[in-house]
Design a protein around this ligand. Sequence first.
Ligand code: ATP
Ligand code: MG
Length: 423
Amino acid sequence: MSIKALKGFKDILPDEAGLWQFIEQTARDVFHRYGLEEIKVPILEKTELFVRTIGASTDIVEKEMYTFEDRNGSLITMRPEGTASVIRAYIENGLFVRGAVQRLYTIGPMFRHERPQKGRLRQFHQMSVEVLGSNSARIDTEVMAIAWQILQDIGLQASLEVNSLGCAACRPSFKEILQEFLQERLSHLCDDCQRRSNTNPLRVLDCKSEHCQAEYVSAPSIIDHLCQGCRDHFEEVKQTLSSLNISFAVNPKMVRGLDYYTRTTFELITTELGAQGAIGAGGRYDGLVQQLGGPEVPGIGFAMGMERLVMLLSQKGHGEISHVLDLFLITLGEKAHEKGFILMQMLRAQGLRVMMDHEGRSMKNQLKQADKQNAWFALILGERELENLEVVLKDMHSGEQELIELAPAFEDWAPVIKQKIKH
Ligand code: ATP
Ligand code: MG
């Protein structure tokens, strides 16, 4: 019996790879335009890192992490998100010495043991941004603008929802007010919400149950309980977003699933993916760096799910970003195979995308391959052509053929051919 991939783990096949590359390249281009630098962090970390940052009573830590003992008995976890690792690296490598504000991005796989469904995998990929070292509301707006720009540049639309979760000064008292509200209707709430009303009351507002949501229509709103500092900050975020013509809606019930968020939080949502409508999310995490033993440095970031972007683009019919060859070398006869093999190497060294057939197949078959591999041109090299120092160049799109004279010196062939196929 053949072995299958694990449930929730997916191969990204060659036909899809072009779309992945397009999304990643577009995002990198946007990141660089916004002054971000890349950081690559390990996939495995000490479990403690995620428990201390994401929070012990969150879904991710309670039931979604891939955690195990390694051969030395150390408890390690496959990262479920990127922020914790990037901050660990920032502190460990003293990146704050490079400059007061560090603008970082990273791209890579994340692991969560969730119930697999459309747009929800156990290994998925995120492109994420972390900006460390600024309290300015303009940074919040810039970070949201990055996400916005990526979507624009890859040709997708989503709505932006923002909220403020307050800070260490105002959130505790809001938690109490909310807890009081929950206590009064505890018996009407689902099991999860009953449990969370004690451990993590803000999270109840995020409950997927319609019944619970009906109860929360009259719930107190965090927006009404922000301290002056948080209120001013949120006002400035909204005002600067508007100044950049980025449309958004305030959603006072958006709480996010990680404990470290403070002040601004946001989500990018599409209606085109059914239940898995969140394509990106993030927020501020002032205090997190210090909590992990680093300096008193504020931060803000977001992550975008690449699988969901790929799905949205293929739904729109962008699935066929095909691999295009510049040239397919058609060789007929042993001598032509031999010469052609070396010529192919020279053409590749000249920067051209070139392929040939090594199986000695017929002319007709090789032309078919050229067509299938989406080659712009086919170059036909037979024994007679070799003797006469000429080759036939066929434009695969128009069907036009041209006879090219070759110089006696073999070294000069590649530049001449390259000249002819400039398109
Ligand atoms: P969701 O509400 O869909 O569970 P989340 O709040 O858990 O998302 P974050 O942890 O903020 O998501 O991650 C940011 C983005 O990563 C999400 O908006 C989504 O696009 C993507 N993402 C998260 N979990 C998965 C998953 N299991 N499979 C695929 N993509 C995911
Ligand atoms: Mg989730």
